[in-house]
Design a protein around this ligand. Structure first.
Ligand code: NAD
Ligand code: 6OD
Length: 486
């Protein structure tokens, strides 16, 4: 069993209280790690270390030197690629191909891409006229914002944590990260990489623990944290926003979703089935961008439902290292209970269960894991709980539609506004639809594909702000105005 400590000022340290908590494997509920739970003294120490690094060695680096170090971090991750894959698989139980091809490489890319952004971004400058005719030069400079509190979730732990840490460091800030209690491994491993590649002590700190009355709340309430970037549930975002109002700290929020998948009859049918399969079921449905509401144009509705059912029933449950398996469990027993309560609720509300709705038969010790079947429902009204509320599991409700206006209204009738995936071969319609759906990101004939230089975030209750490329600079830097009278 692995012992995981907090990472403060370049050292792995336990908590003064001696408190620890267990991480259980989603595969079989076995305890796989014991984690030191940071209390107020550790959060204080981490914030102090981050402040000291900002005022010391890190703050004194040139942009070029910082960029070189961040390239080193990306290379350091790549050198320990297998360790990162194994650590992420241990926490999430997900198949290795997603780790290998998306989550870990994208985590490494988060350091290179934002290093490139900061190196290449121009400064705005205006030559001003003045009444005396001599003029003035008015320009903007960007400075780091300070110590950034990073609170991250468990569903794609490394990708989502580095997606904040990469730009924060590129902009010259220092960070204190509070990873999810369900996924402590890769944040710890990144501490080893930071030391190995010579990142100054205190630039990257990690405190482990929970949210309320634990490390999460202590960090977000800490007066020494200048801004908070958070990915997680909308409800948690509301609590953090209240904490951030003390001292007027800035926030960047990536929150929940109840995203629509829309399939027109003219779509490439097989590609649409595969695309919706991925968007509803990848990572066992634990993707904020996933589609738990699917709308299919009536002429292809029955055929589409049958094809998606066949695809969902073909998944092979198993351990990440099992070559035949391609489907993992949910993150925890607690989350499984939540998902299964929605499965029961759908039936109570009158759903037709097209497939799934329960727990697969798993052999041996896997029977103790957090497994659930991919589930498809039809026949519910839009008011049903499983059509309105984010479940964050491998499930979707499918409903037929007849017109473009109708489906736009259906898709927009939600408190959330994160993403949509639209399947059509009519490009005029695709552009028209993209402008009408009220979301932060629209995919056409694709899903979960995004250049890291483009903006990412949600509208309505799915988030506040945009990150990605130069958009990240708006949050991670303080823009200052300088005006020189000539
Ligand atoms: P969560 O909100 O329960 O927890 C996220 C993090 O916040 C964890 O580290 C947790 O310990 C911490 N936390 C909880 N309460 C806190 C508090 N009061 N103060 C400070 N920290 C606190 O979310 P989760 O269950 O880990 O992740 C799933 C959720 O994240 C889903 O709603 C999903 O849609 C959302 N998500 C959104 C995006 C996006 O980009 N919009 C990406 C991934 C996940
Ligand atoms: O691709 C990304 O950069 C990103 N932020 C993905 C979010 C996935 C959410 O589960």
């Amino acid at each position: 069993m692995r012992q995981i400590e907090n990472f403060i000022a370049g050292e792995f340290v336990g908590a003064a209280s001696g408190r620890r908590f267990d991480k259980r494997s989603p595969l079989d509920n076995r305890v796989i790690a014991s984690i030191s739970e940071a209390g107020m003294p550790e959060v204080d120490a981490a914030v102090a270390a981050a402040r000291a690094a900002l005022r010391g060695e890190w703050g004194a680096l040139t942009t070029e030197q910082r960029v070189d170090l961040l390239y080193g971090v990306a290379d350091g991750i790549t050198r320990r690629f297998e360790d990162f894959v194994a650590a992420e698989m241990a926490d999430t139980g997900q198949p290795s191909h997603v780790m290998r091809h998306v989550f870990i490489p994208r985590g490494a890319a988060n350091f290179k891409v934002f290093a490139d952004v900061i190196k290449n971004v121009p400064t705005e400058a205006f030559q001003m006229d003045t009444p005396d005719g001599r003029g003035a030069l008015n320009y903007a400079i960007r400075q780091p914002k300070g110590v950034i509190g990073v609170i991250s979730p468990w569903n794609a732990p490394f990708l989502l944590m580095t997606w904040k840490v990469g730009p924060a460091l590129a902009c010259g800030n220092t960070v204190v990260v509070k990873p999810s209690e369900e996924s402590p491994h890769t944040a710890a491993l990144l501490g080893e990489v930071m030391n190995a590649v010579g990142i100054p002590k205190g630039v990257y700190n990690v405190v482990h623990g929970f949210g309320p009355d634990s490390a999460g709340e202590y960090l977000t309430r800490h007066a020494g944290v200048d801004a908070i970037t958070f990915t997680g549930e909308t409800r948690t975002g509301a609590a953090i926003m209240k904490a951030a109002s003390d001292g007027m700290r800035d926030v960047s929020f990536e929150l929940g979703g109840k995203n629509a998948g829309i399939v027109f009859a003219d779509a490439d049918f097989d590609a649409a089935v595969e695309g919706i399969f991925r968007s509803a079921f990848l990572n066992t449905g634990q993707v904020c961008l996933g589609t738990e509401r699917v709308y299919v144009e009536r002429p292809i509705f029955d055929r589409f439902v049958a094809a998606l059912k066949a695809r969902a029933e073909a998944v092979k449950f198993g351990r990440p290292e099992d070559h035949d398996a391609n489907y993992g469990p949910l993150i925890s027993q607690e989350h499984r209970q939540k998902v299964l309560s929605y499965y029961a609720r759908a039936v109570e509300e009158g759903a037709t269960v097209v497939t799934g709705g329960g727990v697969p038969d798993m052999p041996g010790e896997l029977a103790e894991g957090a497994w659930v079947q991919p589930t498809i429902w039809t026949g519910l009204p839009e008011t049903a709980a499983v059509v309105r509320e984010e479940i964050f599991g491998p499930c979707c409700h499918i409903r037929p539609f007849d017109t473009e206006d109708e489906v736009v209204n259906l898709a927009n009738d939600t408190d959330y506004g994160l993403s949509t995936t639209i399947w059509t071969t009519n490009l005029t319609r695709a552009h028209r639809m993209a402008a009408r759906v009220e979301v932060g990101i629209t995919w056409i004939n694709s899903w979960f594909l995004r250049d890291l230089r483009t903006p990412f975030g949600g509208s309505k209750q799915s988030g506040i702000g945009r990150e990605g490329g130069v958009h990240s600079l708006e949050f991670y830097t303080e823009t200052r105005n300088v005006c020189i009278k000539l």
